[in-house]
Ligand binder design. Structure first.
Ligand SMILES: Cc1cc2nc3c(=O)[nH]c(=O)nc-3n(C[C@H](O)[C@H](O)[C@H](O)COP(=O)(O)OP(=O)(O)OC[C@H]3O[C@@H](n4cnc5c(N)ncnc54)[C@H](O)[C@@H]3O)c2cc1C
Length: 470
């Protein structure tokens, strides 16, 4: 391990944003120091995307074994052995972690392990050593947050970090927050046999998603026995003999073994020397412009840590990757384009999955754009019927500029149903390449696949529906 020294770029934080920046900068021949206080890979690899998706896969296997009779296959679901699930999950994480360490070493990125602090606009101190850089990239990420007066105890009132370490299936759980993380844990625990209730202040689950997608999700969750209280603010929690009792603003009281608090994630920036060195910090978030520059010319910031005034900045691993790459390319002398955050694909990996890219019809209206939309039900799609999933593909596009004309640019694709997350990659190409429904209608989708729902919805929008009746 290096003991202090000078680098082209010093990166503080080795999560998705920080390590992507390091890998891309190394491709330009930059000397890079990547400073990490815990494990490289950060939240996504160790406490986020990867371990939760492993749990969701185990949940899918549990559901398949329970429901196999529907397909004429005799199996018996005997239960969940949580230590074995955790060991499968850990195996996945370790394998990817090893691979990442190898890739960073292969690109000659110097890993510095320890708690770093910004000491000046061009230096970071770690374990008493100083690492200077022509440029410093802040990428210290985020951590679970709670509500005022709601203290996490790690045992009965837990965060997603604690939930991932739980070595048993709880008999019952209340989940505070019906966003992506809350909905994914609800899906896993229900498949594992727990009684689950989600409490959400907004009038729908996944408040940032299309209302129609949320309605389908809610319908399927209800059928799966997942309870939810919508438009219900949290008021207080107390301990009972066996768990917790939660009181809601609407007067209802719920009891369960555990309360998972999934009300969002706050930035990791306190005490790290950011403000002292001229970086603008608002409610803990580092403010950057569309190119991830802070007001200090030698300091950039990426990932969950940042806020871009006037833009809804999603806390997603692939946003961190994209920002890290963009900063590396800027420092490497290229002229990268700012990220279009509307064009970032979003997936909730529950059963059913919810996936989207672009904007909703409501957002289009707020921006003064008139739209046309098509809602293609998965019931008309052969592969979805084979899988036994329900859902829909909604595509919205600019309304034709002349009566009877073709719709303009596709503005949003909103999918819900089993496995639809994989389809959003095609939808993001459509959105980000400014395609019109007629362009997509001309492309052949393989039969029988779920990808046909994308083709069918665009065929219908272009005025030539195939397997579609409104
Ligand atoms: C339960 C859960 C599920 C998720 N699922 C998904 C998903 O499916 N898809 C998706 O796109 N996103 C998902 N996310 C979000 C994703 O994990 C984050 O958006 C992503 O990790 C952000 O990357 P980052 O580099 O900004 O921050 P982080 O990944 O948080 O990395 C920051 C790193 O900085 C280090 N650090 C902090 N302070 C210091 C310091 N002072 N010195 C040295 N090192 C420091 C930390 O140890 C950490 O490794 C999920 C998150 C959670 C919690």
């Amino acid at each position: 391990m290096a003991e202090g020294g000078h680098y082209d770029i010093v990166i503080l934080g080795g999560g998705s944003g920080g390590y992507a920046c390091a890998l891309r900068a190394a491709e330009f021949g930059k000397r890079v120091a990547l400073i990490e206080k815990d494990k490289v890979g950060g939240t996504c690899l160790h406490r986020g995307c990867i371990p939760t998706k492993a749990l969701l896969h185990a949940a899918e296997v549990a559901d398949s074994s329970r429901e196999s009779g529907k397909f004429g296959v005799r199996t018996a679901f005997e239960g969940i052995e949580m230590p074995a699930v955790l060991s499968y999950q850990q195996g996945v994480v370790e394998r990817l972690w090893k691979g990442l360490q190898g890739t960073l070493a292969g690109r000659k990125v110097d890993m510095i392990y320890g708690d770093g602090r910004l000491a000046s606009p061009t230096s970071v101190t770690v374990n008493g050593a100083t690492y200077t850089g022509d440029h410093v990239v802040l990428a210290t990420g985020s951590e679970p947050r709670s509500l005022p007066g709601l203290a996490l105890d790690g045992e009965r009132i837990i965060s997603s970090d604690d939930a991932l370490l739980l070595d048993r299936v709880p008999s019952s759980v209340i989940i505070l927050g019906g966003g992506v993380i809350g909905v994914e844990f609800a899906s896993v625990w229900r498949s594992f046999g727990a009684a689950v209730t989600i409490v959400e202040m907004a009038p729908q689950l996944l408040p940032l998603e299309d209302e129609g997608s949320a309605k389908v999700l809610q319908r399927v969750f209800r059928r799966r026995g997942i309870g939810f209280e919508l438009g219900a603010p949290f008021q207080s929690v107390s301990y009972t003999d066996t768990g917790v009792a939660v009181t809601l603003g609407n007067g209802k009281q719920l009891e369960a073994e555990l309360l998972l608090v999934a009300v969002g994630r706050g930035p990791v920036s306190a005490g790290l020397g950011y403000e002292e060195n001229g970086v603008a910090v608002t409610r803990g978030f580092v403010e950057v412009n569309a190119l991830c520059q802070t007001p200090v010319p030698t300091i950039s910031a990426v990932g969950d840590l940042v806020a871009i005034p006037g833009t809804a900045h999603p806390q997603l691993a692939h946003v961190g990757f994209a920002e890290g790459i963009m900063v590396a390319e800027r420092l490497g002398g290229l002229d990268p384009r700012p990220i279009d955050y509307d064009g970032v694909p979003r997936i909730t990996y529950s059963e059913p999955e919810v996936a989207s890219v672009g904007i909703t019809a409501v957002q289009a209206e707020q921006r003064g754009i008139s739209v046309v939309e098509v809602n293609y039900p998965l019931g008309g799609n052969g592969k979805s019927v084979i899988l036994g999933t329900q859902g829909q593909a909604k595509v919205i596009a600019e309304a034709p500029s002349v009566p009877g004309g073709q719709p303009g640019r596709v503005l949003g694709v909103h999918l819900v149903g089993s496995r639809v997350g994989e389809l959003i990659a095609e939808a993001q190409l459509i959105f980000n390449w400014d395609a019109e429904p007629d362009d997509v209608a001309a492309l052949i989708h393989p039969h029988p696949t779920q990808s046909e729902i994308i083709g069918e919805a665009h065929l219908a929008l272009a005025g030539k529906p195939l397997h579609f009746h409104a």
